[in-house]
Design a protein around this ligand. Sequence first.
Ligand code: TYD
Length: 146
Amino acid sequence: MDTDVTFNRSAMTLESAHLIELPRFLDKRGNLSFFENNQNIPFSIKRTYWIYDVPGGEQRGGHAYHSLQEFVVALSGSLDVVLHDGKEQKKFSLNRSYVGLYIPRMIWRHMENFSTNSVALIASDECYNPEQYIHHFEEFIKLKGC
Ligand code: TYD
């Protein structure tokens, strides 16, 4: 039981968030990359969504999820993903269509600094459920026990 608690806590810190380089098939006809469930990313995908046509200076996100994990790729252009685990903040710049960011559950995140015409693809291990959302940073901090 104690081991589980330790494991779960470490899985919810910034140490577990990391960039993943995806396979690349370089071809003079155009390049190809992919990710598969539990191969290139550490979960099974239930949902994908994408963010596009973001006006200059806008932010998206600004919340955490109770148990949902995500993988974010800047398919086109660039954006920054800012993560906070309740103790520290870290910014990941995504600007390659073959590198994505794994975000564990219970990490506060927002996306900013979208370049013109950027497209962010997000894969998630759960279907959309508004009850997954933690909308207020103060509540997030309380739940983290920080
Ligand atoms: P939301 O996750 O709140 O985006 P942001 O945090 O960037 O503001 O989603 C915005 C709206 O889109 C919200 O009304 C719910 C809807 N939505 C879905 O219906 N399905 C989805 O998979 C997602 C991510 C959002």
